[in-house]
Design a protein around this ligand. Structure first.
Ligand code: SF4
Length: 306
């Protein structure tokens, strides 16, 4: 869900998916149009794609349990060639910048007309800023998500240099003071992620974490005014009661659907797919990404019937 002016945006892709049309704008905003009462996809729209388990940050709440012993995923896996054009591929890890075949992978995705984005930690963003900037300028990556744990002037200036950079903050970890500082330093776009009680996040979860989630939830109306564009993943929508602070018409316009309805998760390290990165049910890869997506939809429908 985003507060943004779509009219000022350039269209970078559009396609028919089942009974509706998808239009993707330059800033990552997406529009769905259908004459029917619901959207019924026949292909995946966006993928959460894990390419490595390697990371040297050792965050205590890491849902992916990434470490410096983490393996890299196989970026020569034939399923990659089955990603359909205009698929939004959110590349994550671990630290995706540590994967030695990252550039080759991005080139492959570009040749397939996919829209890759990447999520990295603020430390890695600073260390590899020139590399990231070049990738963005060459349109090898469309979105850059930077996980913020401690904003400062130098970091904010670099983030503000990249028009497609979005700061990621985690409910239960980020404080109101940090958000205020981000706003004061001119940060404009923030994605709120829900706290994942999964992996190391399950061990780190505590009353203190929950208190921070509650504090953010109670102050969401004020926080909303601090930034030009705010968005939420589905977990944050639930944990922060986002529906309560958004007018009904806006909600219907901007809500992009629950996990597995138009999206899915694929782990190229463990060679598994799932509804989302916090699903316990994970399955061996099938021959194509759409086989996997349609399987997830079928499983979801079955669960909803029961
Ligand atoms: S949360 Fe992100 S930055 Fe931290 S250890 Fe995990 S992958 Fe690395």
């Amino acid at each position: 869900m985003e507060n943004t002016d779509m009219m000022a945006n350039k269209i970078i892709g559009s396609y028919i998916n089942g009974n509706y049309k998808v239009v993707i704008f330059e800033d990552g905003t997406k529009l769905r149009v259908t004459p029917d009462s619901e959207f019924i996809p026949t292909r995946v729209e966006s993928l959460d794609c894990k390419i490595t388990q390697f990371c040297d940050m050792n965050c205590k709440f890491c849902a992916e349990q990434s470490t410096t012993n983490g393996r890299h995923g196989d970026l020569g896996n034939p399923i990659i060639e089955t990603f359909p054009p205009y698929t939004e591929v959110a590349i994550g890890g671990g630290n995706p910048l540590s994967h030695p075949q990252l550039e080759e992978f991005l080139t492959k995705l570009k040749s397939q007309k996919c829209f890759p984005s990447i999520t990295i930690n603020q430390k890695h963003f600073m260390q590899e800023f020139e590399r990231i900037k070049t990738l963005a300028q060459n349109e090898m990556i469309y979105g850059i998500g930077i996980s913020i744990y401690d904003i400062n002037e130098e970091l904010a200036a670099k983030i503000n240099e990249l028009p497609n950079a979005v700061c990621h903050v985690i409910a239960g970890i980020v404080t109101l003071e940090q958000l205020k500082k981000m706003s004061e330093l001119g940060i404009k776009k923030v994605l709120f992620l829900g706290y994942k009680i999964f992996g190391r996040g399950a061990y780190y979860y505590s009353e203190e974490v929950q208190a921070k989630i509650n504090e953010l939830k109670e102050n969401m109306k004020n926080v909303k005014e601090m930034f030009k564009v705010i968005s939420f993943d589905n977990l944050a929508i639930e944990q922060l009661n986002v529906k309560d602070i958004v007018p009904k018409e806006k909600w219907e316009e901007f809500y992009m659907g629950d996990d597995g309805s138009f999206t899915m998760y694929v782990d190229l390290v463990e060679k598994k797919y799932a509804q989302s990165s916090i699903s316990n049910d994970r399955f061996d890869l099938l021959p194509t990404i759409n086989d996997m997506f349609l399987d997830i939809r079928k499983r979801k429908e079955k669960t909803n019937e029961n």
